[in-house]
Design a protein around this ligand. Structure first.
Ligand code: NAI
Length: 376
């Protein structure tokens, strides 16, 4: 069975879906690998390393895809890319099916599309979870972006010329990215406060040395928060009102704010109002990690750094994992290997998707010539 790894064509996408390490792994299982020339260059993986790992290097996307039964990608194929795929190929990528207008085109090409971001959050699937692997690295990089844009310092410093106070960082949303942001900001010496809809996050924040910003919850809300299997619940108007007051106070006194609150498949909640940003000190920085889904902050512009009238920078970079492309690619590529390994058929040395497997079924958005994904 032939695996194709084309170069990503989306602007700003520097990652690659296979690395020399994973090519070697697939080759050892009996696959033939074809990697497009230059596919890994922006992530610091060069053609020679792929060739040494056992891949054939193809000059163009067309050459990479024409005989590929299985295609590994980061971004979903564009309308222009679709005709290059072999009819009936299995494609693994991040498809963003809720906002992808090419699902019908994939079906018409006979593709089987596996949306890696829909792998369920079950224990068995953790090693294939691209959302976690990428969010973890992005949480780290978001703090470095903030530190770069911030006109002050993160750590407390006692100098002969006087003492510098530590930066005060607020993290909104304490999932995978938020936890890594807290840990990174702490390591740089900042004082950190954090909040989340999920009360279980309190202990995690405190274990990292952060202060929990507590929003009062009714017993009914607590029960709801515990019953959502780790995902955000739909907050009540009372909760939203109380949260807004607490956020306003904490954020207006912060010099660094990292927002990560997302709701899978939907627009992100607005948690920081423009009037709160207007109260922040000049030189402060907000990194809005939800910029790709509308943003958590009023004033965020996707893929721009906006400076407000009072001198606050709002960073809206939508693809932060692409800024740490070497490691982000390494983890994404390993997630793909881990996902495919249970689908590998030793006798035929090929991938035979077990379509009823609880890890596979939710990811199949296009299969058998039909769009299976249902928009909510
Ligand atoms: P996410 O990227 O969907 O959201 C980030 C955080 O924002 C979440 O903690 C969420 O509760 C919070 N949030 C959303 N709306 C909010 C609002 N209005 N106000 C305040 N906070 C808000 O989350 P992520 O990082 O993907 O993780 C979601 C959950 O899944 C977490 O509980 C995580 O521990 C769990 N998880 C479980 C895994 C497994 O069992 N395999 C793997 C990865 C995560």
């Amino acid at each position: 069975m032939q695996i194709g790894v084309p170069a990503e064509i989306l602007a700003g996408e520097t990652r690659v879906a296979a690395t020399p390490e994973t090519v070697k792994k697939f080759a050892s299982l009996g696959y033939k690998l074809v990697v497009q020339s230059g596919a890994g260059v922006k992530a610091s993986y060069f053609d020679q390393a792929y060739a040494e790992a056992g891949a054939t290097i193809a000059a163009t996307a067309a050459d990479t895809l024409k005989d590929a039964d299985l295609v590994l990608k980061i971004a979903a194929p564009t309308a222009e890319e679709v005709p290059l795929f072999k009819k009936g190929a299995v494609v693994l990528a991040t498809f963003a099916p809720h906002q992808n207008n090419n699902l019908e085109a994939y079906a018409a090409q006979g593709l089987t599309c596996v949306a890696m971001e829909l792998i369920p959050r079950i224990t068995r699937a953790q090693s294939s979870d691209i959302l976690s692997s990428q969010a973890n690295l992005a949480g780290y990089k978001a703090v470095l972006l903030a530190a770069n844009e911030y006109s002050g310092m993160f750590p407390m410093m006692m100098t002969a010329a006087g003492t510098i106070k530590p930066a005060r960082t607020v993290v909104m949303g304490v999932g995978v990215a938020g936890l890594q942001a807290i840990a990174t900001a702490k390591r740089l010496g900042s004082v950190v406060e954090a909040t989340d809809l999920r009360p279980v996050a309190k202990e995690q924040v405190e274990s990292l040395g952060g202060k929990w910003l507590d929003v009062p919850m009714s017993d009914e809300e607590k029960a709801k928060a515990l019953g959502t299997g780790g995902y955000a619940w739909q907050p009540s108007p009372e909760y939203i009102r109380d949260q807004a007051v607490i956020v306003d106070k904490a954020v207006s006194q912060a010099s660094v704010v990292i927002t990560t609150a997302q709701i899978p498949g939907r627009k992100a909640p607005v948690l920081v109002k423009a009037e709160t940003v207007a109260k922040m000190k000049p030189g402060s920085v907000i990194v809005d990690m939800a910029a790709a889904t509308g943003g958590n902050v009023e004033g965020t512009v996707a893929d721009q750094i906006v400076t407000t009238a009072n001198g606050v920078k709002i960073v809206g970079i939508t693809n932060i994992p692409a800024l740490v492309a070497t490691e982000a690619s390494a983890l994404y590529a390993r997630n793909m290997v881990n996902f495919l390994q249970p689908q590998h058929d030793k006798d035929t040395q090929s991938v035979k998707l077990k379509r009823d497997d609880e890890m596979v079924k939710p990811t199949l958005i296009v299969d058998g010539g039909a769009v299976l994904y249902v928009r909510k």
